[in-house]
Ligand binder design. Structure first.
Ligand code: G6P
Length: 365
């Protein structure tokens, strides 16, 4: 199949396209060395008028939104509420002309996200769509649109849309922060430089897959597994667990590691696969102590971590990510999780590009 360009499946092709896709998403949001959203930028006055942001989407786009929400709070100091589109549309959300509703959607056609956009507009809120498809329904109806430039995504399980959505949201948050004066020039420049360095680091990860394949073999016959993280790492494992269940049919659940002892730990027994993402320096010690708790109950740990964590000393597998700033680790940490989902699906002989019961775009409620 020519369009797979030599890859066995679209999913692995799209995973491997991420360095290029992320580089493009950055490039098209820059002008003369700085972030510039052109006619889709909000002015300083408009941004000052927003007293809160709602981040509303479905599936993987929602998961990208919860990472993006962090950037708006951290850099632009605007409170963000994240909501699933099918909930938002029936929850009588408390929004008005001072609210900005950001709606990430790969296809731009998801029925619930479109209904959420229409409701937001009816209530007088401003809407901004983040999509991969030019002239999609969401694009046409939004006040403003930002494109991901991921290129066509064919595999049902979304990969490059997720990472390009996060990068787009971070760049938008930086643009807001600069206009609001909530970030120092040095910090702004530093984050932007780190963003520009991401494609090369993703490339590095894509060349390091042997342990991921081995772990996929070890977990393929399990019925259930767990993903643990705190803070941004929790957001990251939510996407990792979704990816795995979509294409491998293993029941995989993401938990905030601090909630372990409130229930989940009862399910850990000898050999239970547990993936943990541990990258956030402020809470790393806490995550490590949760990892120790599950290890002492027999968990088979795949830790996705930084060179400073020393998780290799206690884990069955430690996947060490290239260094970046804490805020950007979700973009790197998801890559081994995407690969784990892909190789587990392959090991089980599942049609990874077309998992049962799922559709690429859900255009009916
Ligand atoms: C479906 C797809 C997911 C996607 C979700 C939202 O469930 O299988 O991969 O994340 O819809 O789609 P959207 O096009 O709005 O991002």
């Amino acid at each position: 199949d020519a369009t797979k360009e030599g890859y066995d499946h679209f999913m692995i092709k799209e995973i491997n396209e991420q360095p290029r896709a992320i580089a493009d998403t950055i490039k098209y949001k820059m002008h003369e060395g700085d972030i510039d959203f052109g006619e889709n930028a909000f002015t300083k006055e408009e941004i000052e008028g927003f007293n809160k942001i709602y981040m509303v989407a479905c599936g993987t786009a929602y998961n990208a939104g919860i990472v993006g929400a962090y950037a708006f709070e951290k850099f632009a100091k605007i409170p963000v509420i994240t909501d699933i589109a099918s909930e938002f549309r029936y929850n009588d959300p408390f929004i008005d002309k001072n609210s900005l509703i950001i709606l990430p959607s790969q296809s731009g056609e998801t029925a619930d996200t479109l209904a959420a956009l229409r409701l937001a507009r009816e209530k007088g809120a401003k809407t901004l769509v983040l999509t991969n498809v030019v002239a999609s329904s969401l694009d046409r109806e939004a006040d403003k649109t930002i494109y991901c430039y991921a290129g066509p995504e064919i595999a049902v399980a979304s990969t490059k849309a997720y990472t390009t959505q996060i990068i787009s949201l971070y760049m938008l948050a930086l643009d807001f922060a600069k206009k609001l004066g909530t970030i120092s020039e040095d910090e702004y420049k530093n984050i932007l430089e780190e963003i520009k360095a991401i494609p090369e680091k993703v490339k590095e990860i894509l060349n390091n897959i042997e342990d991921i394949k081995k772990y996929a073999q070890e977990i393929k016959d399990f019925e259930s597994m767990f993903y643990l993280g705190r803070g941004l790492d929790y957001s990251s494992v939510i996407e990792g667990a979704l990816k795995l269940k979509e294409v491998s049919y293993i029941h995989s659940e993401a938990f905030a590691a601090g909630e372990l002892k409130h229930g989940t730990i009862a399910l850990i027994e000898e050999g239970t696969p547990v993936v943990t993402v541990a990258t956030q320096s402020n809470i790393i010690e806490k995550t490590i102590s949760n990892v120790k708790e599950v290890i002492s109950r027999g968990a088979n740990i795949f830790a996705i971590c930084t060179p400073d964590d020393h998780l290799e000393e206690i884990s069955n597998y430690a996947y060490i990510l290239p260094k970046t700033i804490d805020a950007l680790y979700p973009v790197l940490a998801v890559i081994p999780q995407q690969l784990l989902a892909y190789y587990t699906s392959n090991a089980k002989g599942i049609d990874v590009d077309k998992p049962r019961n799922l559709a690429k775009s859900v255009t009916v409620e």
